[in-house]
Design a binder for this molecule. Sequence first.
Ligand SMILES: Cc1ncc(COP(=O)(O)O)c(C=O)c1O
Ligand SMILES: N[C@@H](CCCC[NH3+])C(=O)O
Length: 416
Amino acid sequence: MVKEYNPYLEYVKDELFLEGVSLRELAEKYGTPLYVYSASYIRDRLREYRESFPGALICYAVKANFNPHIVSLMAGEGAGADIVSGGELYVALMAGVNPSRIVYAGVGKTVKELVEAIKADILMFNVESRMELEILNQLGEQLGKKVRISIRVNPHVDPKTHPYIATGMKKSKFGIDIDRAEEEYRYALSMKNIQVVGVHCHIGSQILDTSPYVEAVSKVVDLYRSLEDQGIELQYLDIGGGLGIKYKPEDRALTPMELSSALSPILQKVKATVVLEPGRSLVGNAGVLITQVQFVKDKGEKHFVIVDAGMNDLIRPAIYDAYHHILPVVKRGRPSIVTDVVGPICETGDFLAKDRQLEEVGRGDYLAVLSAGAYGFAMSSHYNVRPRACEVLVDRGYVRVIREREDYQYILSKSS
Ligand SMILES: Cc1ncc(COP(=O)(O)O)c(C=O)c1O
Ligand SMILES: N[C@@H](CCCC[NH3+])C(=O)O
């Protein structure tokens, strides 16, 4: 069953290994909480995207996991980057992503960020408002550049995911309403320092079904063709990211091949280069979070396993009530119990699992929290003055620390 999450994850004699490396040994050596990622898994997923969408530009969504070594691994495999901040641009460039493969979305880009990206000569800005378009035109003039843009359209499609990660619905802050897009294209075309190159949409994240994509991409292709009829030719059709992964044992990930098959009748109608922006589906199940049991507490009505990873390390359960599968790093064959797995933070929302059936554990045991490679470390914080975790990359038996564990001095280093 563990292999369904990641084929490189397996129990060998009751001990959990990732790409041939014992997770118990890594935890003993580097301490916990510890993020461990599998490089081969990431390469395999990228290959799957390339094979499913030949000729497409795959721009890894850096927000899912911004570790420069991870981004560099993607760049080495030819991926571009989807960024949403100046910080992500900095990471992408530092990691060796070719600027001609960087796309930049986000509703609130600052002038500083826009200037940095114009100077870097990225492929295109996915513009989310008329005001952003105007500012970009002004900055282009000041910098003596023509700025390449796509319009991020909001196609009003329900992606059937958690409401906090649905981005293409009528009331969401993202993009420009698709009904008003043609007007915005005409406006953009009238601007001296803007070069219109594409159209973009991203309807949400952790989507497990092709139908919202079919609905959204059909609307976007209708727009593309209508613009084409008016003599406006777009070179890029960016359909965003969002493919869902396996979190619960009963989940089935949406594969790039399934998406490609569902979209191919629609995409056949366009000459533009397809752009994809996957994040979670490339790194989510590449990673596990290893945590150590501190205490076990039985309150009669409720049983708690208290571990050293908190909501500051993995916030997804707290903010989305997200499910992450949890396994013992060493199976001891004890009877199972029903328990909450909670962290040390002073918040009732600080939990990793609720009412979870788990093999009974004791102080010092290690647990592996699965599907933690995306939006795990990337969303971690210093809450309660907790140094952020160490990150390790395993690659065909080799182990590399790709981010050292922080300490208290590091947290306070800007507070002198
Ligand atoms: C514009 C944009 N592109 C791509 C992504 C990546 O999404 P996912 O990690 O679900 O593939 C996101 C995040 O939802 C996003 O906001
Ligand atoms: N942070 C979210 C995904 C957000 C996607 C960003 N648009 C998650 O953990 O699922």
